[in-house]
Design a protein around this ligand. Structure first.
Ligand code: HEM
Length: 445
């Protein structure tokens, strides 16, 4: 066999390779390395070689064209400590079986039926802020709570009590998992009784209790509701085995996590950017106020074009799922490089979204770049906030509906103002702000 030729690597330390770079500041490290080396490069962590691809053709090849040759990489393993073998971390036949449950729940007619819950929960949030005369809010937390309420109501037909420690538990568990994924392989085993591990297991136990309660309530309910949880238990499709208890638990946990933290992040970053850019806020308000004070309708979503642009720009700059990992089953070739079977391939929405040769002034927040007249100028697979190929985010239409609706309602009711500079980004399981995002709010009336 001829000797393998590897792509270029940023300078590294003997033995440990790029381990410390990833530990110190993975975002800057990945952005700088991608800027310097371009399309494909190699990271080394101890003896593990990671092919980092940063070109739309290679990304398309892995996610779409040759997707059958790729499974989720071991980097997703820490997520399994939380979401078990749910759809997000599963592969092959079992992944396909689970994906078939999701398709009907996210078709257009069902998305429309979820709008009532988005409307009522956002109304409640607004009334709450007004009632308390709030002038400053932790927008990360507020968006997280409201998106979680929407997910529970629409997909499981249940209302959740946020007076509990729910938000703390979810945030802690998610951060713990994110940190493990990044610090892998230098992590203390999850079953060692350290303070952090004990806190994590306590959080998971509390979440499990909630999830099993939701499942039990559904089992005992006489109401005929055709939500996602019901479909998991009684699939409409023939030849689709219902999910057993463990599978149900894993899937509900997966949706809880995948379905709220992501949208909440995008809304929080959007309101932060809107709050420091009066020109954008004015334009957004101009669009939204044209609808008057009435309740939004599903059809309004088509006219909220600029609102959608703002959200797309936030997902470009701060993609919640900021890196994707795969492992190839059989040998493959990317550009000039042969990837031996079992290779680690990584790509990052964050770095491809900021490539200078595909995006004008990528470091500038500018929703105009997503104006519909410019859609042809966006190269496929350079904008991948929802991933791509058959494993494209199952909830993307749901998420877009929810985010456009909420952003429109919030900007119609309040003026937002952000103080200080860009919050420090915490690259965990999703791309959150380190100490949450706080914004000032002022009612418009
Ligand atoms: C702005 C919001 C969201 C973003 C940016 C986002 C992003 C993503 C990305 C990038 C993936 C693919 C990961 C990979 O290939 O490794 C994914 C998968 C997934 N997302 Fe989302 N997501 C969002 C909202 C949602 C919502 C609201 C739901 C559910 C209601 C959801 C459910 C899922 C599921 C079930 C998968 C796994 C799909 C599969 O493997 O077949 N997501 N998401």
């Amino acid at each position: 066999m001829s000797k393998l030729i590897y792509p270029p690597s940023p300078p590294m330390q003997p033995v440990i390779g790029h381990l410390n770079d990833f530990r110190r500041d993975p975002i800057s490290f990945m952005l700088n390395s991608a800027n310097e080396h371009g399309d494909i490069l190699m990271f080394k962590v101890l003896n593990k070689r990671i092919y980092f691809i940063n070109h739309p053709d290679y990304i398309k090849h892995v996610l779409h064209t040759n997707y059958k040759n790729y499974v989720k990489s071991p980097g997703y393993k820490p997520l399994r400590l939380l979401g078990g073998m749910g759809i997000f971390t599963n592969d092959g036949e079992e992944w396909l079986r689970r994906r078939r449950f999701y398709q009907p729940a996210f078709k257009a007619s069902n998305i429309e039926s979820y709008t009532d819950a988005v409307q009522s929960n956002t109304e409640e949030l607004i009334a709450n802020w007004e009632h308390q005369n709030l002038e400053r809010v932790n927008i990360s937390m507020e968006m997280s709570k409201v998106t979680m309420a929407v997910i529970s109501e629409t997909l499981f037909s249940t209302r959740i009590d946020f007076g509990s420690d729910l938000w703390n538990n979810i945030t802690y568990a998610f951060d713990w998992v994110g940190e493990r994924a990044l610090r892998n392989p230098f992590v203390i085993p999850a079953n060692w009784p350290t303070k952090k591990n004990r806190r994590f297991h306590k959080a998971v136990a509390a979440l499990d209790e909630l999830i099993y309660r939701i499942i039990d309530e559904k089992r005992n309910s006489k109401e005929q509701v055709n939500d996602l949880l019901t479909r998991f238990m009684n699939p409409e499709e023939k030849n689709l085995e219902p999910l057993n208890d463990t599978e149900l638990r894993d899937e509900v946990m997966t949706i809880f996590l995948a379905g709220h933290e992501t949208s909440a992040n995008v809304l929080a970053w959007s309101l932060f950017e809107v709050g420091r850019r009066p020109d954008i806020q004015q334009k957004l308000y101009g669009e939204v106020s044209q609808l008057g004070d009435r309740k939004l309708t599903y059809d309004d979503l088509h006219s909220l074009v600029y609102t959608t642009q703002v959200l797309n720009e936030s997902m470009r700059m701060y993609p919640p799922v900021w890196h994707l990992g795969r492992q190839n089953l059989a040998e493959d070739k990317l550009g000039d490089y042969v990837i031996p079977a079992g290779g680690y391939v990584r790509m990052s929405p964050l770095t491809i979204h900021r490539r200078k040769d595909y995006w004008d002034e990528p470091e500038v927040y500018n929703p105009d770049r997503f104006h519909p007249s410019k859609s042809d100028s966006i190269t496929p697979y350079t904008f991948i906030p929802f991933g791509g190929g058959p494993r494209l985010c199952a909830g993307r239409n749901f998420a877009m509906m929810e985010m456009v609706w909420m952003l429109a309602m919030l900007v119609r009711s309040f003026k937002f103002e952000s103080e200080g500079g860009l919050p420090e980004i915490q690259p965990g399981a999703t791309l959150r702000a380190k100490n949450d995002i706080h914004v000032n709010i002022r009612p418009r009336k």
